[in-house]
Ligand binder design. Structure first.
Ligand SMILES: *Cc1c(COP(=O)(O)O)cnc(C)c1O
Length: 392
């Protein structure tokens, strides 16, 4: 007989998933009802309104895709890009590379604008790309690059897209609820996110929102999107149909209870308060890391408070440190990805994981593990620096 699975209680300080609060896990365990039950239809309407708040948008086409952030990414590309199109894709980390693959699989041409890993997307280079490719119909970029911890100027990039008559596809998987994101005010056209980062919900759902310009582009398509499941024309009949909701697929009913609860919690805290909390804990973490003699990959102005890429000191065994944190302290941090593999750790303070307690726990545990590796550092000094940052 195979036994039931009982995971340990970890502290999740990596690039996602983040810690899911008990309130959200509790919502997940409520009785399953039918996905066309009138009460479930009401819940879907609630979720849409709560997502509009989180995205700061009035877009009617705002909904959670029943699949992870990568599916939200794909939904944006397959609906807005057609064979023969030109798309300007910005790459300053892992996720811009995935955007390129999406564009190419849509039969379109990706014009790449590349920046160093850890740097923001260069707005000037994107301007030059538009000048060289006036036919570009879409600009795609990552607002919060989780592989490096760099923020890009989403407002300026969306403005540039608009100025050139192109739609802006924005990856806000890690941005949403962690840093300001004003979909309507910035004129972003197709924005996708994920539930397991700063929303601290269970993984596997992707909130998306499409502007009216994007909806017009979808409705004017000559041939249907290549993906049946992610075709917004069909999904709209399910999420946008009101009481005449048509069956498209079975929504992940309980996971949507969880999403609803996490969005209610976000509304209770308030977006601005959530952003301020992420910033406060990030500043304390950085103060403590610097006291340990560690340095961050990204320049201060472009650092994401929810994802901190830290240089691995010379002579320290990357995998051994992460393994010791996990086995001895039940604490997860992320490895470096791509160009930063083996060179940086990624410490996430996302959503419910962004708490004062976790900053102290991480600093203390990391100091202990680094000490075992012969990299002597002072845990007390790190905690004191974090406390001072909090003003305590
Ligand atoms: C996590 C992440 C994704 C992918 O989300 P999944 O839920 O893992 O599919 C996409 N883009 C960025 C910036 C991310 O951080």
């Amino acid at each position: 007989m195979t036994a039931s699975f009982h995971p340990p209680q970890r502290t999740l300080l990596g690039p996602g998933p983040s810690d899911v609060p008990a309130r959200v896990l509790g919502a997940l365990a409520r009785p399953t009802i039918g996905h066309l039950d009138p009460l479930f239809v009401d819940l879907m309407d609630d979720i849409k309104r709560l997502l509009q708040y989180a995205f700061q948008t009035e877009n009617a086409l705002t909904l959670p895709i029943s699949a992870p952030g990568s599916a939200g990414m794909e939904a944006c590309f397959v609906n807005l890009v057609a064979p023969g199109d030109t798309v300007i894709v910005c790459q300053n980390g892992v996720f811009g590379g995935r955007m390129r693959e999406n564009v190419e699989r849509c039969g379109a041409t990706a014009v790449m604008v590349e920046d160093a890993w850890g740097d923001p997307v260069s707005v000037d280079k994107v301007g030059e790309a538009f000048a060289a490719h006036p036919e570009a119909s879409v600009l795609a970029f990552v607002h919060a690059e989780t592989s490096t911890g760099a923020r890009s100027d989403a407002e300026a990039l969306c403005a540039l897209a608009r100025q050139h008559g192109a739609l802006a596809i924005v990856d806000a998987v890690t941005a949403l609820a962690g840093i300001p994101l004003a979909v309507d005010a910035w004129g972003a056209d197709a924005v996708y996110s994920g539930t397991q980062k700063c929303l601290s919900c269970v993984p596997g759902i992707s909130p998306v929102t499409f502007s009216e310009r994007a909806v017009e582009r979808i409705q004017a398509r000559e041939r249907p999107a290549q993906s049946w499941f992610l075709d917004m024309q069909l999904v709209m009949g399910y999420w946008g149909g009101g009481s005449k909701r048509a069956y498209h697929h079975t929504a992940p009913v309980n996971a949507l209870y969880a999403l609803h609860e996490s969005l209610v919690m976000l509304q209770e805290e308030g977006l601005e308060a959530a952003h301020a909390r992420h910033k406060r804990n990030h500043e304390a973490l950085v103060a403590g890391l610097e006291a340990l003699g560690l340095s961050l990959v990204v320049a201060p102005e472009w650092r994401l408070p929810q994802l901190n890429a830290v240089h691995i000191p010379e002579g320290v065994d990357d995998a051994a440190v992460r393994a010791a944190l996990l086995t001895d302290f039940d604490l997860e941090i992320g490895a470096g990805l791509g160009a930063l593999a083996g060179k940086a750790w990624r410490i996430g303070l996302m959503g419910h994981s962004s708490r004062e307690r976790n900053v102290y726990v991480l600093l203390t545990a990391l100091a202990a593990v680094l000490g075992q590796q012969g990299h002597s550092c002072d845990a007390g000094a790190a905690v004191a620096a974090a406390r001072a940052s909090y003003g305590a």
